[in-house]
Design a protein around this ligand. Structure first.
Ligand code: TYD
Ligand code: MG
Length: 499
């Protein structure tokens, strides 16, 4: 029999070429073609002469309405995890969990697998079977970790394997597992492919695992690594193939971790789950704001309005609490700024947890529109707790921290700040006002400095509902006036001022 004709597949876009070229015609990527040998027998319907029309079955078209069975979900019992998945795992679905090495993916999934398959006697219903297949660690390592996490009693099936064929053969059975975790897809290979490269093999391997999950109705969780650029290593095709893509992220040196849904065919993508890495694994954080504000004096507790400035923690100048949103969850974080006279010709800028370009813009607006001279100083800006803020709504909080640092006037300890700043210095409204105010009220804050809301009557009642005094700031100069009345250049009248 003749050797099947070799073909070349692009690792980036999956395009198939008959000949090797340096550059893929499909996506323009260089050096991405890898030789592979096609299957021994072509799949049905795709004979030598292209699509065979006679081999196709007629589709039974249906309307949009009709009886549909809502997917019954399988909860892990880890509330933060279930929420991000849209209320639990959907049987027959495939989930890709990405994240930097060492962030805690294996820990999280071992905990989730143990939670879905609790030790006998803990649940009356028939317990689920979970299988954890590791291609990265030895059995002993996983056992040690399970011991440490306190889940060693779970009747989980554990195996160390990296051959996709072996895995498929072991789980293709009627009494097979309900949850299969494959850690990680980068370590998996298919021996029927001749290609030396891991990526093509990964995609095919993942494809076969996903097909099996759909056929057998189990939940498949694939772990994937993330590259420096923040995409899952290997071809993007992997992200298209699965039903749900979750990213597990966090800052090194900080304890908190955020699980974020970036794609979900069975739920919303703006949900996040917050965890804290402890010595006994990941612990859910139901109230992230408290975590991020930890170490700061709680409003109404230590900080007293009559105390001299800087006398208590959280009452120092250069700090403002930002009422932010992570997806649809409100999260309060402290923005800290330090402004010092520049020693060298070019002032230094050091930003942690925020965008440096945006900081440059805000200093420029403060200088040009409010007559301050912030820009000539060294500026250090830090978002406490290690969170990365990407929302433009943080502009006003950053400006408040900067002006407060410059004028050595503390922002009142029970105040939260949010709003987007335009180049004109106007403060623009931002979304989710109500959620931000509610969260601030819940944590004991009494006042919010925020943009003017379009419908004032509605705004006032909403603010009052949340139990917060709202101070509308229409222009950045009004914020400057609040923080240093004597410096205010062209003081605009304050609208709706709560003294
Ligand atoms: P791991 O789950 O192996 O990360 P990943 O699979 O994403 O590469 O997590 C490794 C890190 O987590 C490691 O640096 C140690 C830390 N860790 C704890 O702090 N506490 C624990 O209980 C466990 C199991 C791990
Ligand atoms: Mg791991």
């Amino acid at each position: 029999m003749a050797r099947p004709q070799a073909r070349y597949a692009c690792q980036q876009c999956g395009a198939i070429h008959a000949k090797w070229t340096g550059r893929c015609d499909g996506c323009g990527a260089w050096n991405s073609l890898i030789e592979e040998l096609p299957r021994e027998s072509p799949p049905q319907g795709r004979g030598k002469g292209g699509l065979n029309h006679r081999a196709g079955r007629l589709l039974g078209f249906v309307g949009l309405t009709g009886p549909s069975v809502l997917p019954s979900r399988r909860r892990t019992g880890i509330a933060e995890f279930d929420r991000v998945c849209g209320g639990g795992f959907v049987p027959g679905s495939a989930i890709l969990v990405g994240g930097d090495p060492g962030i805690g993916k294996s820990t999280l999934l071992l905990q989730a697998a143990a939670a879905i398959a609790p030790p006998p006697g803990e649940l009356e219903a028939k317990p689920a079977i979970a299988a954890y297949i590791t291609g990265e660690e030895a059995i002993d390592q996983v056992r040690l970790r399970a011991e440490r996490l306190g889940v060693a009693a779970s009747p989980m099936l554990l195996a160390a394997a990296s051959n996709v064929r072996d895995i498929l053969a072991s789980i293709d059975r009627d009494d097979g597992p309900d949850l299969v975790v494959v850690d990680s897809i980068q370590t998996m290979y298919l021996d029927t492919l001749d290609s030396a490269s891991g990526t093509v093999s990964q995609v095919r391997g993942a494809q076969e695992l996903i097909q099996m999950a759909k056929r057998r109705g189990f939940v498949l969780v694939l772990v994937g690594h993330v590259t420096k650029e923040g995409v899952i290593a290997g071809p993007r095709v992997l992200e298209h193939m699965v039903d749900t893509v979750l990213y597990f992220e966090g800052e090194r040196g900080h304890q908190f971790r955020i699980l974020r849904a970036v794609k979900n065919r069975f739920g919303a993508t703006d949900e996040i789950g917050v965890f804290e890495m402890s010595d006994r694994g990941l612990v859910e954080v139901p109230n992230p704001s408290a975590l991020f504000l930890a170490g700061r004096a709680t409003p109404g507790e230590g900080a007293d309005e009559n105390e001299p400035a800087g006398s208590s923690v959280g009452h120092l100048s250069g700090s403002a609490v930002f009422a932010g949103m992570e997806g649809i969850r409100p999260v309060l974080v402290e923005v800290q700024a330090l402004v010092a006279p520049a020693v060298l010709g070019t002032p230094r800028r050091a930003v942690v947890g925020w965008d440096g370009t945006r900081l440059a813009m805000i200093t420029a607006v403060l200088d040009t529109r409010c007559g301050l001279s912030v820009g000539t100083n060294d500026i250090y800006l830090n978002v406490a707790g290690g969170l990365r803020i990407v929302e433009p709504a943080a502009d006003l909080a950053v400006a408040a921290a900067l002006v407060s640092a410059l004028t050595a006037t503390p922002v009142p300890a029970d105040t939260v700040v949010f709003g987007e700043i335009a180049l004109s210095g106007d403060v623009r409204p931002v979304g989710h006002t109500e959620a931000r105010l509610k969260e601030a009220a819940k944590l004991g804050f009494g006042e919010a400095w925020m943009p003017i809301r379009r419908s004032k009557a509605a705004g006032r009642s909403r603010g009052a509902e949340a139990g917060l005094a709202t101070v509308a700031i229409g222009h950045l100069s009004e914020l400057v006036t609040r923080l240093s009345p004597q410096r205010a250049p062209r003081s605009r009248s304050l609208r709706e001022v709560a003294p």
